[in-house]
Each structure stands twice: as C-alpha cells, then as structure tokens.
Design a protein around this ligand. Structure first.
Ligand code: ADE
Length: 277
C-alpha cells in the first residue's frame, strides 16, 4: 500500500468538485434544511434508488408534514403512504423515531450521530448523512456511493477493503467547511462511477448484493401487508393465497411481522398493528 499524499487528496477533491459543477443531481431533499424532511429522505434512500424515492417522497410529506403529524398517525396510514418503496419495516421505524423526537427531544432531531445511531432503523451511515445534510456537520461516514468512490480511487486492485480503511482517507478528503455540499458531490460522483466501471464495492469487505426479490420472503411480506392494508384483517390462509405460497410459510412470515410490530394477531386473524411499542 503506497501512502496517499496531500497532492493526491487535493486532486481528488478537485475532480469531485468539477464533476459536481458539471453533473450535480437535483433532488427535492437537497432543497430543504428541514431535519424532518431530510430524515424522511435518508430513511427512504437507505435501500431504495433515488428515482423510486422521488415519487413517494412528496406523497409522504403531504400526508405527514412534520414530526408531530407522523408521530400521531395510525400505522396503517403510514404504511399506505410507504407502498412502492419496500422494506416496510423502515416506515415503522420512521414513525417510532417521530415519537421519540416528539416525546424525548422537544420535537427537534438531535444533531449528534452518537444519539441518532440509537434510534430505530438508523445505522452509522444514516446517522452520518443526517448530520451532514440536516446540520452541515463535518462528520465522517461511509455509505454505498461513498464506498464505491474511495475503493475505486484509493484502493485499486485491493480485495476485501474494510470500511475502517476508508475512514481515515475520507477524513482527510473531507471539505470540513462545507460538508453538506461535499457529501452531495461525493455521492453524485459515486453514482456516476456506478455507470462507468464494474462495481468497485465488490471489493468491499462489507459487500452484499441485494437479494433477488421475485419469489422472496421480502416479496411475500410486502404482498401480505398490502393485502392487509387494502382488505382488512385476514387469516394466514387468505394471506398465503394473496402472496402466493404455502400457509405454513405465510404464518412464519406473519409471526415475524408481528414480532417486529407491523402486524397484530387476534382471534385467528392478522391485522395491521397499532404500531405502539
Ligand atoms: N443526496 C442526499 N442524500 C442522498 C443519498 N442518501 N443518496 C444519494 N443522494 C443523496
């Protein structure tokens, strides 16, 4: 491993900024400084492509314009607004976060990654992105686009690059006087790189491909939730028919959904949970 010198960092920054000047992507959540709106976007973007999030974002904010509105909303309505995004657990987590912000933080999102990572559904990447985008704090965090950039630029030919190896490089490259803009630029550079080169993230120790959706448990979970949202309470047999697959599997998935707090069971039927707890 050759040392990465200051000139190398400078030229890297210059390249990222030039790309940003010429190819920056416009996104509605980059037009706001409202931590609530930025939180909603970051949770949606965790496992979902920008283009898919664009559609759901405006709809969700129209239904739940602030922390108080989301905290007070029935889970059914929140899940209904979430349809099309997948990984419905995130909608429940977001609503729980709204409850915590209203109940324990005076209605204001804490500007501290160490506090944010303890919130439901928030990992280090989202805690970092929230601090950068909502509060313009010079945090150091790695997410998929950032990881792609750093591995491609600074770790050519290496396999199983650990995030711990990326962090010091990222800390040195960080434009500490304008972190929000810097991370937009870095993410856009990474998104562009994804179109230009074979995915450098395959050389990340953290690499995991998103699993196939067709025929998956994830698909069956989504379908059963959708059926419960549109048709009301139903038996496992009914829901198995909706989702395609054996009642045994449906029951197993429904029990997992119940443990997670997304559905409730009573008198042999499943329903969307109240979302408390
Ligand atoms: N801009 C702001 N947050 C983003 C994210 N998570 N992914 C891509 N672009 C973004």
């Amino acid at each position: 491993v050759t040392a990465i010198g200051p000139a190398r960092i400078r030229s890297f920054r210059a390249r990222v900024w030039r790309h940003y000047r010429e190819h920056r992507r416009e996104m509605p959540w980059r037009e706001t400084r409202d931590p609530y709106r930025i939180l909603v976007s970051e949770v949606m973007l965790q496992q979902t492509q920008v283009e898919r999030v664009r559609g759901a974002y405006a709809r969700f904010l129209a239904a739940f314009p602030d922390f108080a509105a989301l905290a007070a909303a029935p889970l059914e309505r929140v899940l209904a607004a979430w349809q099309g995004l997948g990984y419905n657990r995130r909608a429940l987590a977001l609503r729980r976060i709204a409850g915590i912000v209203v109940g324990e933080h005076g209605g204001r999102l804490p500007a501290d990654p160490a506090v944010l990572v303890r919130f439901p559904g928030i990992g280090a990447a989202t805690a970092g992105s929230l601090c950068a985008f909502a509060f313009d704090l010079p945090v150091v965090f790695v997410e998929t686009n950032i990881r792609r950039v750093l591995i491609h630029e600074f770790f050519p030919g290496r396999e199983r690059v650990a995030d711990a190896e990326l962090l010091p490089v990222l800390a040195r490259a960080l434009e500490a006087d304008r972190p929000r803009e810097w991370y937009y630029a870095l993410m856009d550079y990474g998104a562009d790189l994804a179109r230009r080169v074979p995915n450098p993230n395959r050389r990340s120790a953290a690499y995991a491909r998103q699993s196939r959706f067709e025929g998956s448990d994830r698909q069956a979970r989504s379908r059963m939730l959708r059926a419960l949202l549109s048709g009301g309470p139903a038996t496992a047999e009914r829901l198995a028919a909706e989702a395609g697959g054996e009642p045994e599997r449906a029951r197993r998935l429904l029990e997992a959904l119940a443990r997670e707090g997304l559905v409730a069971r009573g008198r042999g039927r499943y329903r969307i949970a109240g979302g408390e707890g």
